[in-house]
Design a protein around this ligand. Structure first.
Ligand code: MLT
Length: 209
């Protein structure tokens, strides 16, 4: 029997007993180990939940299939988004997370599936930090994201994520009621300290310690 927890993953319980749980979602070719260090620096003591994407592209883990760079397999994306939502809910029970807010911290492909979770399963996340994200899909119905805080951090010279698509994602989330902060850095696809400082400040503002 398979269970919703059958993602390879790491869970770090942390020391913080009532703040948000960070759901760490790696980029293409990453693993459940990749963002643990980043998560720990964003919010000291926060529990960290870090799954590995189940789709392999030439051996590289991802969270959903793509047909080419920036062109996604929508059917797979919808399936994988629901599968990840089930994992988050199963982990909530398994690790006794009660009603704590789950805040996604996604990079690149991980940011795109986090955006898809917001658009298709708005009940799952209490907030999201989307590092180098684009529009993953156009949902049939506008989700209700009233008051959900979202930080989107883009790179002005990112060659993988088109700036217009990042901007469009921000507008879509705002139209759904999310409280969106957009942070641009004069860099490419790789993260810099400017992104991390923005993420740390945003967490401090939106999720009081
Ligand atoms: C994606 O496939 O989600 C985006 O193109 C970013 C990436 O290269 O992973």
């Amino acid at each position: 029997m398979t269970s919703a927890l059958d993602f390879i993953h790491k869970f770090v319980p942390g020391t913080d007993s009532d703040g948000p749980v960070l759901l760490l979602l790696h980029g293409t070719g990453g693993s459940e180990e990749d963002l643990l260090g980043l998560g720990a620096t964003l919010r000291q003591g926060a529990p960290l939940l870090s799954p590995r994407g189940k789709v392999l592209e030439n051996g590289m883990p991802r969270f959903f299939r793509r047909l080419a760079e920036g062109i996604f397999d929508e059917e797979d994306l919808i399936f994988r988004t629901n599968e990840l939502a089930a994992f988050v809910e199963a982990a909530r029970a398994q690790y006794h997370l009660g009603s704590r807010k789950i805040v996604a911290v996604g990079y690149s492909n991980g940011a795109n599936i986090a955006a898809s979770l917001l658009l298709l399963r708005p009940e799952i996340l209490g907030g999201a930090i989307l590092l180098r994200a684009m529009v993953p899909l156009f949902p049939e119905n506008v989700p209700n994201l009233a008051g959900v805080p979202v930080l989107i951090a883009g790179g002005r010279s990112d060659r993988i994520i088109p700036q217009e698509s990042t901007q469009r994602l921000a507008s879509m989330l705002e139209e759904a009621g999310a409280s969106v902060s957009l942070h641009w850095s004069p860099v490419g696809h790789s993260l810099t300290s400017s992104d991390l400082d923005a993420a740390r400040r945003w967490l401090g503002r939106n999720f009081v310690e």
